[in-house]
Design a protein around this ligand. Structure first.
Ligand code: HEC
Ligand code: HEC
Length: 218
């Protein structure tokens, strides 16, 4: 091979290497393409099974905080079990591009491949959440009243949400409490116009009542 050919090849190899590096590092599918991929996996039993297998390896690590099978034992860490898969993937997108802020989750999401992001969303959606037992009936009843007045029109009567609307039923009390305060107070960790509008009128006592009810919903 002559010198020019060799240099040409070397150039090609360097280009290919940098393209691969980009692919491994951030050259990822667009949000829309990943959402489509999630839908395709969900509609195909074999692909779902494969996704769950992939997720079982990745979620070994997530379980440190989100618990075995997605039922968290840490008050400030959300349950992922039973959560809607499109909502989970959307939150992964939001951590990924900084629309949702949590230093640890933001860093972690950057290390997940496209396939892993889709797989964990499918996996956690397939698990069952374990609601908290009802301890304070009066408080739960007050929360229920508020829930039906303000929240059920989006999150559904049973609090199970839909597609991109979060399931609330069975979510951790402390996590729900702090999330509602963040939306209401516009602290910046999470911003959402719908949730800002619908939490504006809530007092801290309302939030505690709502979170009490939500955590016990099946
Ligand atoms: C060190 C603890 C920790 C680990 C490990 C961890 N998470 Fe999280 N995760 C959190 C915390 C804390 C939050 C809540 C952040 C906030 O306050 O908004 C969260 C939030 C989430 C949410 C948003 C849930 C919702 O209801 O909106 C998703 C999705 C998520 N994590 C997925 C994962 C996945 C997938 C893994 C493993 C690859 C993982 N997490 C590992 C601590 C952790
Ligand atoms: C107009 C529709 C709408 C209404 C009404 C609404 N929500 Fe939401 N809610 C949303 C959307 C959309 C999200 C996802 C926002 C995001 O990505 O941060 C959300 C997210 C949440 C979350 C975060 C869930 C998680 O897993 O992190 C909580 C908690 C919540 N809502 C509670 C409530 C409560 C309690 C009420 C009633 C006081 C309420 N919502 C009313 C649309 C609504």
């Amino acid at each position: 091979m002559n010198k020019t050919g060799c240099l040409f090849l070397l150039g090609f190899c360097l280009l290919a290497t940098s393209m691969f590096a980009a692919a491994a590092d951030k050259g990822r599918l667009s949000e829309a393409a990943l959402d489509e991929r999630l839908n395709a996996v969900r509609q195909d039993a074999k692909a779902t099974e494969a996704a769950i297998k992939t997720a079982q390896k990745v979620t070994f690590f997530c379980a440190n905080c989100h618990g075995e099978g997605g039922n968290s034992n840490l008050p400030e860490v959300p349950n992922l079990a039973g959560q809607n898969s499109s909502y989970l993937l959307e939150q992964i997108h939001k951590f990924g591009d900084g629309r949702r802020r949590n230093e640890f989750m933001q860093g972690l999401i950057k290390a997940l491949s496209d396939e892993e992001k889709v797989s964990v969303s499918v996996y956690y959606a397939s698990m069952n959440v374990k609601p908290a037992p009802v301890v304070n009936q009066a408080l739960a009843a007050r929360g229920r009243g508020l829930f039906f007045k303000i929240c059920q029109r989006c999150h559904g009567e049973a609090g199970r949400g839909s597609e991109k609307i979060a399931r609330l039923a069975g979510q951790k009390f402390e996590y729900v409490t702090s999330s509602l305060k963040r939306y209401r107070d516009g602290t910046g960790e999470r911003l959402d116009p719908f949730m800002a509008a619908n939490t504006k009128v809530l007092t801290d006592a309302d939030i505690i009542a709502l979170a009490t009810y939500i955590s016990t919903m099946e």
